[in-house]
Design a protein around this ligand. Structure first.
Ligand SMILES: C[S@@+](CC[C@H](N)C(=O)[O-])C[C@H]1O[C@@H](n2cnc3c(N)ncnc32)[C@H](O)[C@@H]1O
Length: 275
Protein backbone atom coordinates (compact mmCIF):
# COMPACT_ATOMS: atom_id res chain seq x y z
CA UNK A 1 0.00 0.00 0.00
CA UNK A 2 1.37 3.40 -1.00
CA UNK A 3 0.71 6.69 0.77
CA UNK A 4 0.95 9.84 -1.33
CA UNK A 5 1.04 12.99 0.79
CA UNK A 6 0.50 16.48 -0.59
CA UNK A 7 1.40 19.39 1.67
CA UNK A 8 -0.25 22.70 0.94
CA UNK A 9 -0.34 26.16 2.50
CA UNK A 10 -3.16 26.47 5.01
CA UNK A 11 -4.66 29.59 3.45
CA UNK A 12 -5.15 27.76 0.12
CA UNK A 13 -5.99 24.35 1.61
CA UNK A 14 -9.73 24.29 0.93
CA UNK A 15 -9.31 25.01 -2.73
CA UNK A 16 -6.57 22.41 -3.04
CA UNK A 17 -8.74 19.83 -1.25
CA UNK A 18 -11.61 20.35 -3.68
CA UNK A 19 -9.26 19.70 -6.61
CA UNK A 20 -7.61 16.71 -4.92
CA UNK A 21 -10.99 15.07 -4.31
CA UNK A 22 -11.65 15.00 -8.05
CA UNK A 23 -8.50 12.84 -8.35
CA UNK A 24 -9.23 10.75 -5.25
CA UNK A 25 -13.02 10.49 -4.91
CA UNK A 26 -12.82 7.81 -2.22
CA UNK A 27 -11.41 10.42 0.14
CA UNK A 28 -8.17 11.84 1.51
CA UNK A 29 -6.67 11.86 4.98
CA UNK A 30 -6.16 15.32 6.48
CA UNK A 31 -3.27 16.04 8.83
CA UNK A 32 -2.95 19.44 10.53
CA UNK A 33 0.65 20.73 10.40
CA UNK A 34 0.14 24.27 11.70
CA UNK A 35 0.67 26.69 8.82
CA UNK A 36 0.41 23.74 6.42
CA UNK A 37 -2.12 20.98 5.81
CA UNK A 38 -1.19 17.52 4.57
CA UNK A 39 -3.66 15.58 2.42
CA UNK A 40 -2.79 11.91 1.98
CA UNK A 41 -4.15 9.43 -0.53
CA UNK A 42 -3.68 5.67 -0.08
CA UNK A 43 -3.85 3.07 -2.81
CA UNK A 44 -2.49 -0.02 -4.48
CA UNK A 45 0.35 0.47 -6.96
CA UNK A 46 -1.05 1.84 -10.21
CA UNK A 47 -4.28 3.10 -8.67
CA UNK A 48 -2.94 6.38 -7.34
CA UNK A 49 -3.05 9.63 -9.32
CA UNK A 50 0.12 10.59 -11.20
CA UNK A 51 2.45 13.06 -9.48
CA UNK A 52 2.10 15.77 -12.17
CA UNK A 53 -1.71 15.57 -11.84
CA UNK A 54 -1.46 15.92 -8.06
CA UNK A 55 0.89 18.86 -8.41
CA UNK A 56 -1.46 20.51 -10.89
CA UNK A 57 -4.44 19.90 -8.58
CA UNK A 58 -2.68 21.50 -5.61
CA UNK A 59 -1.66 24.41 -7.85
CA UNK A 60 -0.05 27.43 -6.21
CA UNK A 61 -0.86 26.05 -2.76
CA UNK A 62 1.64 23.20 -3.18
CA UNK A 63 4.56 22.94 -0.77
CA UNK A 64 5.70 19.36 -1.41
CA UNK A 65 4.60 15.85 -2.41
CA UNK A 66 6.01 12.79 -0.68
CA UNK A 67 5.52 9.07 -1.32
CA UNK A 68 5.92 6.32 1.26
CA UNK A 69 5.05 2.66 1.71
CA UNK A 70 2.66 1.89 4.57
CA UNK A 71 2.68 -1.57 6.10
CA UNK A 72 0.84 -1.90 9.37
CA UNK A 73 -1.65 0.71 10.39
CA UNK A 74 -2.97 2.02 7.09
CA UNK A 75 -6.19 0.06 7.22
CA UNK A 76 -7.06 1.46 10.63
CA UNK A 77 -6.23 5.03 9.62
CA UNK A 78 -7.93 4.71 6.27
CA UNK A 79 -11.20 3.72 7.88
CA UNK A 80 -11.70 7.27 9.05
CA UNK A 81 -11.88 8.86 5.62
CA UNK A 82 -12.29 6.19 2.93
CA UNK A 83 -15.77 6.54 1.42
CA UNK A 84 -18.07 4.08 -0.39
CA UNK A 85 -18.66 4.68 -4.10
CA UNK A 86 -22.12 4.58 -5.64
CA UNK A 87 -22.53 4.06 -9.36
CA UNK A 88 -25.68 4.87 -11.26
CA UNK A 89 -27.79 4.54 -8.12
CA UNK A 90 -27.61 0.73 -8.59
CA UNK A 91 -24.16 -0.36 -7.38
CA UNK A 92 -22.45 0.36 -4.09
CA UNK A 93 -18.75 -0.47 -3.83
CA UNK A 94 -17.60 -0.28 -0.23
CA UNK A 95 -14.90 -1.45 2.14
CA UNK A 96 -15.73 -4.15 4.74
CA UNK A 97 -15.90 -1.55 7.53
CA UNK A 98 -18.59 0.57 5.82
CA UNK A 99 -22.22 0.00 6.71
CA UNK A 100 -24.14 -2.29 4.34
CA UNK A 101 -27.12 -0.78 2.50
CA UNK A 102 -30.34 -1.23 4.45
CA UNK A 103 -32.83 -4.01 3.71
CA UNK A 104 -34.84 -3.25 0.59
CA UNK A 105 -32.19 -0.88 -0.81
CA UNK A 106 -32.18 -1.00 -4.60
CA UNK A 107 -28.42 -1.29 -4.90
CA UNK A 108 -26.15 -4.27 -5.46
CA UNK A 109 -23.68 -4.27 -2.59
CA UNK A 110 -20.04 -4.99 -3.49
CA UNK A 111 -17.49 -5.33 -0.69
CA UNK A 112 -13.85 -4.89 -1.66
CA UNK A 113 -11.04 -4.87 0.88
CA UNK A 114 -8.86 -2.05 -0.49
CA UNK A 115 -5.16 -2.35 -1.12
CA UNK A 116 -4.92 -5.99 -2.23
CA UNK A 117 -5.14 -5.23 -5.96
CA UNK A 118 -6.25 -2.45 -8.31
CA UNK A 119 -10.01 -1.90 -8.24
CA UNK A 120 -11.72 -0.28 -5.27
CA UNK A 121 -14.21 1.39 -7.60
CA UNK A 122 -12.77 4.81 -6.81
CA UNK A 123 -10.63 5.15 -9.90
CA UNK A 124 -12.31 6.85 -12.87
CA UNK A 125 -11.40 3.95 -15.18
CA UNK A 126 -13.20 1.41 -12.97
CA UNK A 127 -16.19 3.66 -12.43
CA UNK A 128 -16.64 4.28 -16.16
CA UNK A 129 -16.63 0.50 -16.78
CA UNK A 130 -19.26 0.00 -14.09
CA UNK A 131 -21.42 2.77 -15.61
CA UNK A 132 -21.26 1.15 -19.06
CA UNK A 133 -21.87 -2.30 -17.57
CA UNK A 134 -25.07 -1.00 -15.96
CA UNK A 135 -26.31 -0.04 -19.42
CA UNK A 136 -26.07 -3.64 -20.72
CA UNK A 137 -28.97 -6.08 -20.67
CA UNK A 138 -28.16 -8.80 -18.13
CA UNK A 139 -31.52 -10.57 -18.50
CA UNK A 140 -30.22 -13.14 -20.99
CA UNK A 141 -27.49 -14.13 -18.52
CA UNK A 142 -24.60 -13.83 -20.94
CA UNK A 143 -21.09 -14.98 -20.09
CA UNK A 144 -18.52 -12.33 -19.15
CA UNK A 145 -14.72 -12.26 -19.34
CA UNK A 146 -12.96 -9.60 -17.23
CA UNK A 147 -9.52 -9.05 -18.76
CA UNK A 148 -7.11 -7.58 -16.19
CA UNK A 149 -9.46 -8.35 -13.31
CA UNK A 150 -7.39 -6.81 -10.46
CA UNK A 151 -9.57 -6.95 -7.34
CA UNK A 152 -12.36 -8.56 -9.38
CA UNK A 153 -14.68 -5.60 -8.86
CA UNK A 154 -15.99 -5.61 -12.44
CA UNK A 155 -16.46 -9.39 -12.53
CA UNK A 156 -18.27 -9.33 -9.19
CA UNK A 157 -20.52 -6.49 -10.35
CA UNK A 158 -21.34 -8.44 -13.52
CA UNK A 159 -22.20 -11.57 -11.52
CA UNK A 160 -24.41 -9.58 -9.12
CA UNK A 161 -26.20 -8.01 -12.09
CA UNK A 162 -27.07 -11.46 -13.43
CA UNK A 163 -24.39 -12.23 -16.01
CA UNK A 164 -23.16 -15.84 -15.94
CA UNK A 165 -20.79 -17.54 -16.03
CA UNK A 166 -18.23 -14.86 -15.13
CA UNK A 167 -14.47 -15.31 -15.40
CA UNK A 168 -11.44 -13.08 -15.06
CA UNK A 169 -7.76 -13.20 -16.00
CA UNK A 170 -4.79 -11.22 -14.75
CA UNK A 171 -1.03 -11.64 -15.03
CA UNK A 172 -0.55 -10.96 -11.31
CA UNK A 173 -0.86 -13.82 -8.86
CA UNK A 174 -2.10 -11.35 -6.19
CA UNK A 175 -4.90 -10.12 -8.46
CA UNK A 176 -6.13 -13.64 -9.19
CA UNK A 177 -6.10 -14.41 -5.45
CA UNK A 178 -7.88 -11.12 -4.64
CA UNK A 179 -10.56 -11.78 -7.28
CA UNK A 180 -11.26 -15.27 -5.95
CA UNK A 181 -11.35 -14.07 -2.34
CA UNK A 182 -13.52 -11.03 -3.11
CA UNK A 183 -15.92 -13.20 -5.12
CA UNK A 184 -16.19 -15.56 -2.15
CA UNK A 185 -16.84 -12.65 0.25
CA UNK A 186 -19.53 -11.29 -2.07
CA UNK A 187 -21.15 -14.70 -2.51
CA UNK A 188 -20.81 -14.90 -6.29
CA UNK A 189 -19.24 -17.45 -8.62
CA UNK A 190 -16.26 -16.02 -10.52
CA UNK A 191 -13.45 -18.09 -12.02
CA UNK A 192 -10.07 -16.38 -12.12
CA UNK A 193 -6.84 -17.58 -13.68
CA UNK A 194 -3.44 -16.19 -14.52
CA UNK A 195 -2.88 -15.04 -18.07
CA UNK A 196 -0.27 -12.59 -19.32
CA UNK A 197 -1.57 -10.71 -22.34
CA UNK A 198 1.99 -9.99 -23.47
CA UNK A 199 3.17 -13.61 -23.48
CA UNK A 200 0.29 -16.07 -23.30
CA UNK A 201 -1.57 -15.20 -26.50
CA UNK A 202 -5.29 -14.49 -26.86
CA UNK A 203 -7.54 -14.83 -23.80
CA UNK A 204 -10.69 -16.98 -23.84
CA UNK A 205 -13.53 -14.89 -25.25
CA UNK A 206 -17.10 -14.42 -24.03
CA UNK A 207 -20.13 -12.56 -25.40
CA UNK A 208 -19.29 -9.68 -23.04
CA UNK A 209 -15.67 -8.66 -22.43
CA UNK A 210 -14.66 -6.09 -19.82
CA UNK A 211 -11.15 -4.71 -20.29
CA UNK A 212 -9.89 -1.96 -18.01
CA UNK A 213 -6.32 -1.93 -19.30
CA UNK A 214 -3.95 0.68 -20.61
CA UNK A 215 -3.76 1.64 -24.30
CA UNK A 216 -0.91 -0.73 -25.33
CA UNK A 217 -2.69 -3.75 -23.81
CA UNK A 218 -6.02 -2.80 -25.37
CA UNK A 219 -4.35 -2.52 -28.77
CA UNK A 220 -2.82 -5.94 -28.13
CA UNK A 221 -6.22 -7.45 -27.27
CA UNK A 222 -7.75 -5.86 -30.38
CA UNK A 223 -5.02 -7.33 -32.60
CA UNK A 224 -4.73 -10.78 -30.94
CA UNK A 225 -8.45 -11.38 -30.51
CA UNK A 226 -9.88 -14.19 -28.41
CA UNK A 227 -10.00 -17.96 -28.33
CA UNK A 228 -13.47 -19.50 -28.52
CA UNK A 229 -16.39 -17.09 -28.47
CA UNK A 230 -15.89 -13.72 -30.19
CA UNK A 231 -17.42 -10.93 -28.09
CA UNK A 232 -20.49 -9.00 -29.19
CA UNK A 233 -19.72 -6.35 -26.57
CA UNK A 234 -16.39 -5.01 -25.33
CA UNK A 235 -16.13 -2.36 -22.63
CA UNK A 236 -12.66 -0.89 -23.01
CA UNK A 237 -11.35 1.45 -20.31
CA UNK A 238 -8.03 2.72 -18.98
CA UNK A 239 -7.60 5.14 -21.85
CA UNK A 240 -6.55 8.73 -21.73
CA UNK A 241 -9.19 10.74 -23.59
CA UNK A 242 -6.89 11.39 -26.56
CA UNK A 243 -6.18 7.64 -26.96
CA UNK A 244 -9.81 6.57 -27.39
CA UNK A 245 -10.09 7.11 -31.17
CA UNK A 246 -7.07 4.91 -31.85
CA UNK A 247 -8.36 2.05 -29.69
CA UNK A 248 -11.88 2.30 -31.14
CA UNK A 249 -10.37 2.13 -34.66
CA UNK A 250 -8.29 -0.94 -33.73
CA UNK A 251 -11.34 -2.87 -32.46
CA UNK A 252 -13.30 -1.83 -35.58
CA UNK A 253 -10.55 -2.98 -37.91
CA UNK A 254 -9.58 -6.26 -36.22
CA UNK A 255 -12.77 -7.36 -34.43
CA UNK A 256 -15.61 -5.71 -36.38
CA UNK A 257 -16.82 -3.90 -33.26
CA UNK A 258 -18.17 -0.34 -33.51
CA UNK A 259 -18.23 2.42 -30.94
CA UNK A 260 -21.70 2.68 -29.39
CA UNK A 261 -20.89 4.93 -26.43
CA UNK A 262 -17.99 6.85 -24.92
CA UNK A 263 -17.80 8.09 -21.33
CA UNK A 264 -15.33 10.50 -19.78
CA UNK A 265 -14.14 10.88 -16.18
CA UNK A 266 -11.27 13.20 -15.32
CA UNK A 267 -8.64 12.72 -18.02
CA UNK A 268 -9.88 9.17 -18.74
CA UNK A 269 -12.23 7.70 -21.31
CA UNK A 270 -14.04 4.36 -21.68
CA UNK A 271 -15.60 2.86 -24.78
CA UNK A 272 -18.62 0.65 -25.34
CA UNK A 273 -17.91 -1.35 -28.50
CA UNK A 274 -20.63 -3.53 -30.02
CA UNK A 275 -21.13 -5.73 -33.06
C1 LIG B 1 -6.48 -0.78 -14.39
S1 LIG B 1 -6.37 -2.32 -13.57
C2 LIG B 1 -8.07 -2.85 -13.67
C3 LIG B 1 -8.53 -3.63 -12.46
C4 LIG B 1 -10.05 -3.85 -12.37
N1 LIG B 1 -10.51 -4.65 -13.50
C5 LIG B 1 -10.78 -2.53 -12.35
O1 LIG B 1 -11.46 -2.21 -13.34
O2 LIG B 1 -10.67 -1.78 -11.37
C6 LIG B 1 -5.55 -3.28 -14.82
C7 LIG B 1 -5.28 -4.73 -14.46
O3 LIG B 1 -4.62 -5.33 -15.57
C8 LIG B 1 -3.63 -6.20 -15.11
N2 LIG B 1 -2.60 -6.37 -16.14
C9 LIG B 1 -1.59 -5.50 -16.43
N3 LIG B 1 -0.80 -6.02 -17.39
C10 LIG B 1 -1.31 -7.24 -17.72
C11 LIG B 1 -0.94 -8.26 -18.64
N4 LIG B 1 0.15 -8.13 -19.40
N5 LIG B 1 -1.69 -9.37 -18.71
C12 LIG B 1 -2.79 -9.50 -17.92
N6 LIG B 1 -3.20 -8.58 -17.03
C13 LIG B 1 -2.46 -7.46 -16.92
C14 LIG B 1 -3.10 -5.53 -13.84
O4 LIG B 1 -2.49 -6.49 -12.98
C15 LIG B 1 -4.36 -4.92 -13.25
O5 LIG B 1 -4.97 -5.78 -12.32
Amino acid sequence: MIRLAVRVRREDAELALAELLTLAPSGVEEVDLGDRVEYAIYGAAGELPDLPDLEAAAGDALVEVTTSHVEDDWAERWKDFHRPIEVGGRLLVRAPWHAAPGPGAAVADIVIDPGQAFGTGAHHTTRLCLELLLGLDASSARAVMDVGCGSGVLAIAAALLGFAPVAGVDHERESVAATLENARVNGVAVRATRHDLMHDGPVPGAPVVLANLLRPLLLRVAADGFTGTAPDVVIASGLLAHEADEVAAAFAEHRGLREADRRHGGEWAALLLTR
